[in-house]
Design a protein around this ligand. Structure first.
Ligand code: 6PG
Length: 480
């Protein structure tokens, strides 16, 4: 299909499942000319039939037509399942593209794959971007948070499109160039890890309100609605109120009461936890959230264990003071989870030479994405004032907020523990807080033990250097 440059499209989207289709629609609705393509041609035809009137689309039935429909430098957004499908699309496109054309992977790809693909594409003269897009199907259509990674020239080509279609907060686009190579997909990965922690903390609060405070789903939903008017104001708290308020049409019961308690996971939270372990960053909230999903998936084992393993039965006593304590524990634990996630991004930025601007990451997460929350403004302020901040807990606003909440936090953990309700994210977050504020902990004994069995040496508090005690000889200490 020959087209002159003037009739060619500004950008192309291949992969028209809901996320891809909604991104293409968002671009067209905002006045950009968009070429669309899907491996299954019927899907492309259905897309045009349903959404064609929304904007200037060019439907391409073959990859060649798709490439030919694009103005130079060609800019192609790939919206296919993460993993091998992305590599397959790149392999199919590469021979059809010219030097300087741009391939953008906007799926939930694992950042090491993005680093590899960037090098592979650049070897063929093609620029590659790994772009995190958060906000689900609705966000893709109405305004996502966009986390573009890749070279700055490639970003300059798409900046107007991405900042136009992104969510806006205070007229500021929730989109900024994150950094080179895999930086964009890395930040999206950490976003998802924080999402896991957020959701786990909400689930633990719901569990406590249900099984310790004895409230039913609609009552708990109303409490989340109320909490959403204060410091916990966020998308996830808002939709928790809605999910808990939903009545199941089939049974007339709260829908949440007829949903099986087995959590799925596509893996982004696991990636985050594994990367933090490699960086040596304590990421307790997010990692406990991944573990909790794993434990929830052992439904059959848990059903058998429930009949065998001894433990207290929760009291289910309505207790107004406990409800407020849970709110405070939820907020304090959330602060810890975000502090850990941002500490991980800071460490990864140094490790990879990305020069991430953490205040900007908080800024683009204020809208459009799943973890959008009022308190991201506070995080943005913190990093704008202290760009190289070690830990969010050290910022006066958060220092005070957690100090004010800690008594309630401790009461909740005692109560949950006494009543046999598991709260891995609440409790690991408090242990992290107590560990972080501890000037001297028990690692001195760990060093002694390691030196005893492995001669791994230790440091002394009163002298520089590394020391070893000759435990199995004369017991003298030598300086190594
Ligand atoms: C987003 C979401 C999106 C996806 C989750 C689900 O930012 O829009 O995070 O990426 O819905 O990743 O992931 P799990 O299935 O692992 O919970």
């Amino acid at each position: 299909m020959a087209q002159n440059e003037a009739t060619k499209s500004r950008i192309g989207v291949t992969g028209l499942a809901v996320m891809g289709a909604n991104l293409a629609r968002n671009m067209a609705r905002n006045g950009f000319t968009v070429a669309v393509h899907n491996r299954t041609t019927a899907k492309t035809r259905e897309f045009i039939e349903e959404y064609g009137p929304e904007g200037a689309f060019t439907a391409a039935e073959s990859v060649q037509d798709f490439v030919d429909a694009l103005e130079s430098p060609r800019t192609i957004v790939v919206m296919v399942k993460a993993g091998k499908p992305v590599d397959a699309v790149i392999e199919e496109l590469t021979p059809l593209l010219d030097q300087g054309d741009i391939i953008i992977d906007a799926g939930n790809s694992h950042f090491p794959d993005t680093v590899r693909r960037t090098a592979e594409c650049e070897a063929n003269g093609i620029r590659f971007m790994g772009v995190g897009v958060s906000g689900g199907e609705e966000g893709a259509l109405l305004g996502p948070s966009i986390m573009p990674g890749g070279d700055t020239e490639a970003y300059a080509t798409v900046e107007e499109i991405f900042t136009t279609i992104s969510a806006k907060v205070d007229d500021t686009p929730c989109c900024v160039h994150v950094g080179p190579g895999g930086a964009g997909h890395y930040v999206k990965m950490v976003h998802n890890g924080i999402e896991y922690a957020d959701i786990q903390l909400i689930a633990e609060a719901y569990d406590l309100l249900t099984n310790v405070a004895g409230l039913d789903a609609p009552a708990v939903g109303k409490i989340f609605e109320e909490w959403n008017t204060g410091d916990l104001d966020s998308f996830l708290i808002e939709i928790t109120g809605k999910v808990l308020a939903k009545t199941d049409a089939k049974t007339g019961r709260p829908l949440v009461d007829v949903i099986v308690d087995k959590a799925g996971q596509k893996g982004t939270g696991t990636w985050t936890a594994i990367d933090a372990l490699g960086l040596g960053i304590p990421l307790t909230g997010i990692t406990e959230a991944v573990f909790a999903r794993g434990l929830s998936s052992l439904k059959e084992e848990r059903t058998a264990a429930a009949a065998v393993l001894a433990g207290p039965t929760p009291s289910k006593e309505v207790d107004e003071s406990l409800v407020e304590d849970i709110r405070q524990a939820l907020y304090a634990s959330k602060v810890v989870a975000y502090a850990q996630g941002f500490a991980q991004m800071r460490a990864a930025s140094v490790e990879n030479g990305w020069d991430l601007k953490l205040g900007e990451m908080a800024t683009i997460w204020r809208g459009g994405c799943i973890i959008r929350a009022r308190f991201l403004n506070r995080i943005r302020e913190a990093y704008d004032q202290h760009p190289d901040l070690d830990n969010l807990l050290m910022v006066p606003y958060f220092t005070q907020a957690v100090a004010d909440a800690q008594d309630a936090w401790r009461r909740v953990i005692v109560k949950a523990t006494e009543q046999g309700v598991p709260i891995p994210a609440f409790s690991s977050s408090l242990s992290y807080y107590d560990g972080y504020r501890r000037e001297r902990g028990p690692a001195n004994l760990i060093q002694g033990l390691r030196d005893f069995f492995g001669a791994h040496t230790y440091q002394r508090t009163d002298e520089e250097g590394a020391f070893h005690t000759r435990w199995s000889q004369d017991g003298t200490e030598v300086k190594s």
